[in-house]
Design a protein around this ligand. Structure first.
Ligand SMILES: NC(=O)c1ccc[n+]([C@@H]2O[C@H](COP(=O)([O-])OP(=O)(O)OC[C@H]3O[C@@H](n4cnc5c(N)ncnc54)[C@H](OP(=O)(O)O)[C@@H]3O)[C@@H](O)[C@H]2O)c1
Length: 259
């Protein structure tokens, strides 16, 4: 592998491509689906909120809504089968997410289980439903939406952070297995984006982006053939630096910035 060649087949011509965005009823997923539609892709949008999906389809002719709950493996498999019966799938973006701020002195295991089911297990159900077909067709791209909260343990991230760390690790392992088969795999690690998911954050979110800005960064990252797509760099590069800090320094810093 050449030192600076793209890690994935770059995706820049979206005309006639079919993209399945799971978690597309609002926020980053919806904005990315809208941009891809504008670039000529046939976009299939999934989430639970049927009304939001239908409104998207109304506003984006040629797109398709497949309502589902990602915690329901049977529903995910049925949706994937319906989609794959229509033709090849070029890109799948797993963007469904659940977030509640949580600390160890108020641990809520049912809600932690919910994080695991929506953020991680749902991704496995989608992968299980589409991978055999993608491997057989020998092309296609899987993109998982993680978070910089998966880099290291962060304040209030007791339930959310571990699920995002799991997605980052999953994407790396998937890459090792699927790149030799001709498939692309990417992990998207956003900083703060103004969406319903972050609306209840009581602190000032640094370097906050709009969903449209996040979508542009994602589409550009896919166009570069990047493995990790992280943004905005003015925030995420600092978060990446935390990964290499010795634990003592990291804990001291994290305590100081804890909201
Ligand atoms: N906003 C940020 O600052 C930020 C930062 C880093 C990472 N992220 C990640 O970005 C992704 C998108 O989040 P967002 O910020 O755009 O928030 P959002 O607008 O709340 O989007 C979350 C999406 O997940 C879907 N979803 C949740 N539970 C679901 C379920 N059981 N079945 C199917 N779909 C489900 C929601 O749709 P329904 O409710 O209609 O089902 C919605 O479409 C998430 O993975 C999140 O963790 C966000």
């Amino acid at each position: 592998m050449a030192l600076f060649s793209p890690l994935n087949p770059p995706m820049s011509d979206w005309h006639g491509k079919t993209v399945w965005v799971v978690g597309a009823s609002s926020g980053i997923g919806q904005a990315t689906a809208a941009q891809l539609h504008g670039l000529g892709a046939r976009v299939v949008v999934s989430a639970r909120k049927v009304q939001s999906l239908d409104a998207f389809v109304q506003a984006h002719p040629g797109s398709q809504a497949l309502a589902l709950d990602v915690t329901d493996a049977t529903a995910v498999a049925a949706a994937a089968a319906q989609l794959l019966a229509q033709g090849p799938l070029d890109c799948v973006m797993y963007c469904a997410g659940h977030y509640t701020a949580m600390r160890a002195n108020a641990m809520d295991v049912p809600d932690m289980r919910r994080h695991l089911e929506v953020n991680y297990l749902g991704a496995l159900y989608v992968l299980d439903a589409v991978l055999p077909a993608l491997i057989q067709q020998g092309h296609g791209h899987i993109s998982l939406v993680g978070s910089v909260a998966g880099y290291r343990g962060l304040p209030q991230s007791l339930a959310y952070g571990p699920t995002k760390a799991a997605l980052i690790n999953l994407a790396e392992t998937l890459y090792l297995d699927l790149h030799p088969q001709g498939l692309g795999v990417s992990i998207i690690n956003p900083g703060f984006v103004q969406t319903p998911l972050t609306a209840s954050n009581a602190f000032t979110m640094p370097a906050l982006l709009t969903p449209a800005q996040a979508a542009s960064a994602i589409v550009q990252g896919w166009g570069r053939g990047a493995f990790e797509i992280h943004f905005p760099k003015r925030f995420t590069l600092w978060m990446q630096a935390l990964r290499v800090l010795p634990n003592r320094w990291f804990f001291a810093l994290a305590k100081r910035v804890s909201p």
